[in-house]
Design a protein around this ligand. Structure first.
Ligand code: MD6
Ligand code: FE
Length: 204
């Protein structure tokens, strides 16, 4: 494992979950059998390019009414699948490693990217307590993560995120704009052409 600081309160922990990656992919498979990956629509009427699902007490959703966290999956009208212990434990360890003690995630957003899919620059600001960090786990095909500033027009830095890498960010970086460049066509032995990203938060 190696550590790369990307901001005053943000780090990339390279390979932090490499030895649990296969187990994590199996858990994603289990969760998404119950709450399938789907493309959601933004309040502005655009279909998101990444497919998403959630596990945990609540899940992040977007539709014509806006962005929010809610306890039920709008597709199944059932509660989201519970967050597997391995996922919450790894997120807590990664946060602790970075100086954020007592991180206790209640939401795990699952994003799935196919070749050509990316995510535009955005801020994560639907959570209640911005003192809590976000932990982000990358699996499968590598992607370029864009990490900007507090203003949309600030030029982002670009970092490669690979299978098993974890990003932890919070503190003064918590509201920085960020995104994912459209995924290049590539192959990973465990995921084929796809990239999965888990983002863990304490939303409530
Ligand atoms: C992704 N991640 O890596 C998209 N947000 O696929 C995010 O939007 C993100 O990685 C907040 C914190 C970490 C992230
Ligand atoms: Fe985000």
């Amino acid at each position: 494992m190696s550590r790369q600081n990307i901001g005053p309160d943000s780090v990339i922990l390279r390979g932090f979950v490499a030895s649990q990656a296969t187990a994590l992919l199996d858990l994603i498979e289990t969760v998404t059998r119950q709450s399938p990956l789907r493309q959601m629509t933004t309040p502005g009427g655009f279909k998101m390019k990444a497919q998403l699902s959630n596990c945990g007490q609540r899940g992040w959703v977007t539709d014509a009414k806006g962005y929010r966290y809610q306890a039920t999956d709008p597709l199944t009208e059932q509660p989201w699948p519970p967050m597997p212990d391995l996922i919450s434990a790894l997120a807590r360890d990664a946060a602790g490693e970075t100086g954020f003690a007592d991180f206790s995630p209640d939401v795990c957003l699952i994003n799935c990217y196919q070749p050509g899919a990316g995510m535009g620059l955005h801020q994560d600001k639907d959570e209640r307590d911005f003192n809590q960090p976000i932990v982000s786990i990358s699996l499968g095909v590598p992607a370029i993560f864009l990490f900007g500033g507090l203003r949309r027009k600030d030029k982002p830095d670009a970092y490669l995120l690979e299978h098993g890498d974890v990003v932890v960010w919070g503190g003064e970086d918590r509201l920085r704009f960020h995104g994912i460049r459209p995924l290049k066509l590539a192959h990973h032995p465990d995921t084929g052409q796809k990239r999965f990203n888990l983002t863990l938060r304490q939303a409530d």
